[in-house]
Design a protein around this ligand. Structure first.
Ligand code: ATP
Length: 252
């Protein structure tokens, strides 16, 4: 049984069927990419995993427990963390403060800014945050304001904020969107290292095939709200249905 099981999920927006009978089983420890042309339903599916959207029908189970009806916070608390397309960081705070807050909040049972009042009293959360900043290569910038970071570094910071919560499943929504090639490659290296060191299950939504083929061991291709092919990167690379889905778009 996979760590995340999606069965017969449907979601419509008015007359538009954004998800059409989606079935998916994510193996524990996997790095699983979900790819597909624009509008295929990838973000909608991810939003159903984190409680931002509720499927019209079907089930989403994490470690055998239904996520439907849980709030985004409860899902986060259960061990599912999401790294957003646009980093969600506290721009006025230092990097160390940014990572200390989720380290504290995950134990307090709430991701709340008022956790901040206890920061000084929580030396171990700070130590955890220091170690995580070291791990993502930002230790030397720990006292800088997060708002001044480059895009690539903001991403690293958000990853650190995510991983310090010790999640069991990380959802990465286009982790390299808008990055330079150098930053993209640095992020690939970082994610690959995170997989080795933390072994946490990852689902990556990504348009950049270089990123997909560098990281994912398993790929699901979606088109028009439905997974059309699933396999190893090598298997999907040569699949004619995938080429067809991308007709006029990216080449796989
Ligand atoms: N809140 C919404 N209201 C109405 N339609 C929506 C909403 N969210 C998504 N859609 C539509 O649902 C379909 C699937 O969108 P979704 O964003 O999930 O695709 P995607 O595969 O993530 O695309 P992209 O790669 O461009 O981000 C699209 O046709 C989109 O316009």
């Amino acid at each position: 049984m996979g760590i995340l099981q999606v069965q017969n999920v449907n979601k419509s927006f008015g007359g538009l069927k954004a998800l059409n009978n989606v079935n998916l089983d994510i193996e524990e420890g996997a790095v699983h990419a979900i790819i597909g042309p624009n509008g295929a339903g990838k973000s909608t599916l991810l939003n159903c995993f984190v409680g931002r959207l509720r499927p019209d029908t079907g089930t989403v189970k994490f470690q055998g427990r239904s996520l439907l009806g849980l709030s985004p916070h409860q899902i986060n608390q259960a061990g599912v963390a999401r790294v957003f397309q646009t980093p969600e960081i506290f721009t006025d705070l230092s990097l160390l403060e940014n990572v200390t807050i989720p380290a504290l909040a995950v134990r307090d049972g709430a991701f709340r800014i008022n956790a901040w009042s206890r920061v000084d009293a929580q030396a171990d959360a700070r130590a955890q945050a220091e170690a995580m900043l070291e791990s993502v290569g930002l230790a030397d910038k720990r006292n800088q304001h997060a708002g001044n970071l480059s895009r690539g570094d903001k991403r690293r910071l958000e990853l650190a904020m995510c991983l310090v919560q010790d999640p069991k499943l990380v959802l990465l929504d286009e982790p390299t969107a808008g990055m330079s090639r150098a930053d993209t490659n640095a992020t690939i290296d970082l994610l690959a290292r995170m997989t080795e060191e933390h072994g946490v299950t990852k689902i990556i939504i990504e348009h950049d095939m270089h990123v997909v083929f560098s990281l994912a061991r398993r790929v699901t291709v979606m088109a028009q709200g439905t997974p059309i092919v699933e396999g190893t990167p090598e298997e999907i690379r040569g699949d004619s249905r995938v080429q067809e889905a991308y007709l006029g778009g990216a080449h796989v």
